[in-house]
Design a binder for this molecule. Structure first.
Ligand code: ZN
Ligand code: ZN
Length: 367
């Protein structure tokens, strides 16, 4: 009765229960779409999970209820016909929780106020308490099924960059190449792409988050291509910088520096290290080469159901690197007005060491 869901969800819910016990919370309201998907496998657009020490329910509306009954069984599925808020209030009253935790990062201020007021009006004696990162913290450490999905997503990204290398021509526009990449991934099985593909050429390559436009590629200029696919909801993230025809100065030395910084972090990270120190491994290579102010973002980010999730991978991060964490290593050097270079792999920590999901060539950027 206490946990009717199959693997891997049963284990995940048990981990949530341990967290709740430590924090003195009797009931957790999970409203983040990704957290709901992580805990019960439901990927619809409207659904709240409520977890207590001996129960778990997914409340949803009439559009989804039949699917949820089929996937999760009658004991978990609840039709919230008067709305999710009203459902949560009546559920809290029945389970007699002294503290109801909600996800402060995901429920809006207005949503939290409405919930609090409704609970007060109902006469239930329950404290409504904001919580932070309970499910996200668990999601940072991946299980085997998640790693398998991420391997598939990464293979799609590798295939897409290989495709880009074959179709890239001088005179082609950024937009045309971005669409070639997206179409290739979707045709080969990717779900919706997790972010707008970046194809940034020439001076645009100096902008880490450039949007592809009508600019045409010219020989000898950098083209930063940052792309990702999804498989079973899990994201991949990959960046390569390519040069049509040849790689002129200063980009030859810029490319060499970024590649060294990338490899130092890729080979030097160890489980147990502070993420800030992993960032420092790459950053010091770039600083030592004289490009101090040209690496303008953190080394990377966690990846999973979301393209940016925990752990934080930057000089300000307080996270500790653990086995089975998945994150990106993506140093870059950006020269305003001239262009830039970024090289990104997604890696997983296994037996203390990083192992890359990405296998695309980094040594030969000239196409
Ligand atoms: Zn990326
Ligand atoms: Zn990234």
């Amino acid at each position: 009765m206490s946990n009717p869901l199959p693997a891997p969800y049963d284990a995940r819910i048990e981990r949530v229960r341990r967290e709740l016990k430590e924090r003195g919370i009797q009931c957790l309201l999970v409203s983040s779409r990704e957290n709901v998907r992580y805990l019960v496998g439901f990927s619809g657009s409207a659904g709240w999970v409520l977890v207590t020490d001996n129960d778990i329910v997914l409340a949803t509306d009439a559009r989804y209820i039949e699917q949820v009954r089929r996937d999760l069984g009658n004991s978990c599925a609840r039709l919230a016909d008067a709305g999710l808020n009203a459902f949560a209030v009546s559920y809290v009253a029945t389970c007699e929780a002294a503290v109801l935790g909600f996800e402060a990062e995901h429920l809006s201020y207005a949503g939290a106020k409405t919930l609090e007021n409704a609970i007060e009006l109902s006469g239930t004696c329950c404290e409504v308490r904001p919580t932070d990162g309970i499910v996200e913290g668990l999601r940072a450490v991946k299980d085997d099924g998640e790693l398998a999905a991420m391997t598939r997503a990464a293979a799609l990204a590798d295939g897409a960059i290989a495709h880009a290398r074959t179709v890239l021509r001088c005179g082609m526009t950024e937009h045309a190449l971005a669409w070639e990449i997206e179409r290739w991934m979707r045709e080969h099985g990717s779900g919706p792409v997790p972010f707008g593909i970046i194809v940034a050429s020439g001076p645009n390559a100096a902008l880490p988050h450039a949007t592809p436009g009508e600019r045409q590629f010219a020989a000898g200029e950098p083209i930063v291509i940052d792309l990702g696919a999804t498989w079973g909801g899990y994201c991949s993230d990959l960046t390569r910088t390519l040069f049509p025809d040849h790689m002129p100065p200063p980009f030859d030395s810029v490319y060499g520096t970024v590649l060294s910084a990338h490899m130092v972090a890729l080979h030097g990270a160890r489980s147990g290290m502070r993420m800030a120190d992993v960032d420092g491994l790459a950053r010091s290579v770039i600083v030592d080469a004289g490009f101090t102010d040209c690496f303008t973002h953190g080394l990377g980010h966690g990846v999973g159901l979301e393209i940016h999730e925990r752990p934080a991978v930057s000089s300000r991060s307080t996270d500790i690197l653990l086995d089975r964490m998945v994150y990106t290593i993506e140093p870059g050097i950006y020269l305003p007005g001239q262009g830039g270079v970024r090289i990104e792999d997604t890696v997983v920590m296994l037996e203390g060491m990083p192992q890359s999901f990405s296998h695309s060539d980094k040594e030969n950027p000239v196409v």
